[in-house]
Design a protein around this ligand. Structure first.
Ligand SMILES: Nc1ncnc2c1ncn2[C@@H]1O[C@H](COP(=O)(O)OP(=O)(O)OP(=O)(O)O)[C@@H](O)[C@H]1O
Ligand SMILES: [Mg+2]
Length: 317
């Protein structure tokens, strides 16, 4: 249903061009969940905004295609995006959205707006559908009349998830949906996502810096580093047979219960995306760096069916 080809989304700032998403390619089938992982600043949110056709200025899509059921979202006008894509086909749970609920509106009022605007529903029809959706995310009717400040973090997140489902989208993008929550609530919200995945057969893109969360839900995983996808594969391939040194480093940084192994982290910090390192962008931090890595960009190589890696260690093998 979704095919992203050579996507480039750049921010044209006074300090230079920030290549936040640089030549990203992947595809997603109906009902599939793609996990996107990577450190802060790797371009995950920028990728998500691009898919909604909404990149905050001074950013814009500078190249590539986003084919949604065969139609290119990257080439659509604002009007077309609004009529055909946003919330109807693709909806998004924005990073930090649970803290951006409008404080002066009741839950009913915030949720009813899209129905009244997009679907020409009456207030009463909208209410019926909202009660259904609230049930779906584990909240009862009494929440209709509550204000955001009367809700716990987990309850607010449930509201935001229900809002993403309002217009029955084909694809839901969730950007760090559990980051601000404690572990118990995090687990409850993950169970809710799993239920939604099963019941609605919806496609999802699940963005997080935490690979252990992705393991629970994703069919496929894309690992991003400094604006590029460095490894892409099924969850089994990425978790059991990671090939890129960056993916291996990310996996080693997940703590294991009762393990004597010290938790390691990849030393160094991600590069500035105005002047990223030449060759492989990961080379300054890579424990296996070779001369070629400083010079040439590594090509994406398919190491087994559906498993792609951009690393000179692989392409030289
Ligand atoms: N409005 C903007 N103007 C200029 N640069 C931006 C803007 N928004 C993001 N960037 C830059 O684009 C890059 C990618 O940012 P993005 O927010 O997509 O990363 P992220 O992977 O979602 O990070 P996080 O995990 O912290 O949410 C970063 O280098 C960031 O500084
Ligand atoms: Mg982000």
């Amino acid at each position: 249903m979704l095919e992203v080809k050579g996507l480039r989304t750049y921010y044209f700032t006074l300090k230079g061009v920030v290549k936040a998403v640089d030549n990203v390619t992947f595809s997603l089938g109906k009902g599939e969940v793609l996990g996107v992982a990577g450190e802060s600043g790797s371009g995950k949110s920028t990728l998500a905004w691009s898919l909604m056709g909404y990149v905050p200025p001074p950013g814009r899509i500078a190249g590539g295609q986003i084919l949604l059921d065969g139609e290119d979202v990257a080439k659509m006008s604002e009007d077309e995006l609004r009529r055909k894509v946003r919330w109807k086909k693709v909806s998004m749970i924005f990073q930090g959205a649970m803290n951006a609920l409008t404080p002066v509106f009741t839950i009913e009022d915030q949720m009813a707006e899209p129905f009244i605007i997009h679907m020409n529903m009456t207030k009463r029809e909208a209410r019926e559908r909202i009660v259904e959706l609230l049930k779906e995310v584990g909240l009862d009717e009494s929440f209709l009349r509550r204000y955001p400040h009367e809700l716990s973090g987990g309850q607010k997140q449930r509201i935001v998830i229900a809002m993403a489902l309002l217009l029955n989208p084909e694809l839901v993008i969730a950007d760090e949906p559990t980051t601000a929550l404690d572990v118990v609530v995090q687990a409850q919200i993950m169970n809710l996502f799993k239920k939604i995945k099963k019941e609605y057969n919806i496609s999802m893109i699940f963005i997080t810096h935490d690979l252990s969360i992705i393991a629970e839900i994703a069919d496929k995983v894309a690992v991003m580093y400094a604006g590029k996808v460095v490894e892409l594969g099924t969850s089994e391939q990425i978790f059991l047979n990671p090939q890129h040194p960056y993916t291996q480093g990310l996996l080693k940084s997940i703590p294991k219960l009762r393990s004597k192994e010290k938790i390691s982290w990849i030393p160094g910090t991600p590069p500035n995306l105005v002047t990223p390192p030449p060759g492989c962008r990961f080379h300054p931090r890579c424990p296996y760096v070779m001369d070629v890595c400083k010079r040439d960009e590594p090509p994406m190589v398919e190491v087994e069916p559906g498993h792609f890696v951009a690393c000179h260690l692989i392409s030289r093998r």
